[in-house]
Design a protein around this ligand. Sequence first.
Ligand SMILES: [Fe+2]
Ligand SMILES: [Fe+2]
Length: 377
Amino acid sequence: MSSTGRYAASAQQFSSTRTKNNPMVHVDGNNQTSVDACTNAARSSDWPVLPWARGPLSAAVISALQRPPGTFGPTPPISGIDALSDDDFSLALYLCYEVHYRAVTDAGWEWDPGLLTFRAELERAFVERLRDEVVDPRSRFPYEVVSALDELIRAAPGPSLSRYLLESGTLDQLREFCMHRSAYQLKEADPHTFGIPRLTGEAKAAMVEIQFEEYGSGVAAAMHSHLFGETMNALGLDPSYGSYVEVLPAATLATVNLVSMFALHRRWRGALVGHLAVFEMTSVEPMARYSRALARFGIGPEGRRFYDVHVTADERHAVIARDRMVAGLIRAEPELSADLLFGAAAVLMLEQRFASHLLDAWANNRSSLVSRDQRAR
Ligand SMILES: [Fe+2]
Ligand SMILES: [Fe+2]
């Protein structure tokens, strides 16, 4: 149980590594694979283990990933679901993207036509819902792009997770928060790096300058993804890649799916730049608060370093992102203005939904993670 006695959120309870030697889930009876074969497939990857399916969409992907590429087979229809809040949908899309980062099982799945076709169907539904939620920023802020971006960030509504965690969060809530963020921060910078070959001139140079520091300026132990692992260690969490995916809700997975979608499509390069700009321009104050929240619970400098480096680095990154990356892209490709602002507005909207999900759960004395019952659906 948590120290508050309200809910449990311990690394031991939620890490999927604890199921390392258990049988994998199989949903589609025609394509069942033996437990031994599944376990071996999972062991050949960087992932600790594939998550449990949450419904037919994620089951189709999880089942396929345990077979050889080229065997994707028929897929269930994507209808009647909310692509921003459905756990099954979000996990399915998340796993489709993961094959581009780390080999979940067989690396041949990365360019498997069946998986890519299914991913495209999921993406169509995802984009449709994003378009529903994001009011065209050009109509709200009809200024030139950099000013519109400033205004979009300034006007972003909603509660502050970092302020809550600093002022009244519990240690268990702080640990839960880091479990959620591990989905992105253990691969921090990797999605945006896909954008580098798709940019030119000033925008490309600015993105590379930011990314170089995200990767520790050439020092592996200073890579931001590594520093986040140190924070997880300091909190007694499992820093293994993919450890907590099985307990992450749609509200979290959607935030990572957004950047993966922008990253993996050249046509979304403007949105990817808008996304990175928001990250860099909204980081300094929350990062300082998270560091102070960790200090409240006696977490030392090593465990806080991830947040502390962002306070200094992102002060500069914000300027590089705004004045050179965004401005440079719009000078080179002004037709990408609307996409850039769409990417910025979409990340702000999904981050708001993420914060609300966590704060609502905590206000009701619940865990914000996916429960065992939901996973076993
Ligand atoms: Fe970073
Ligand atoms: Fe940064």
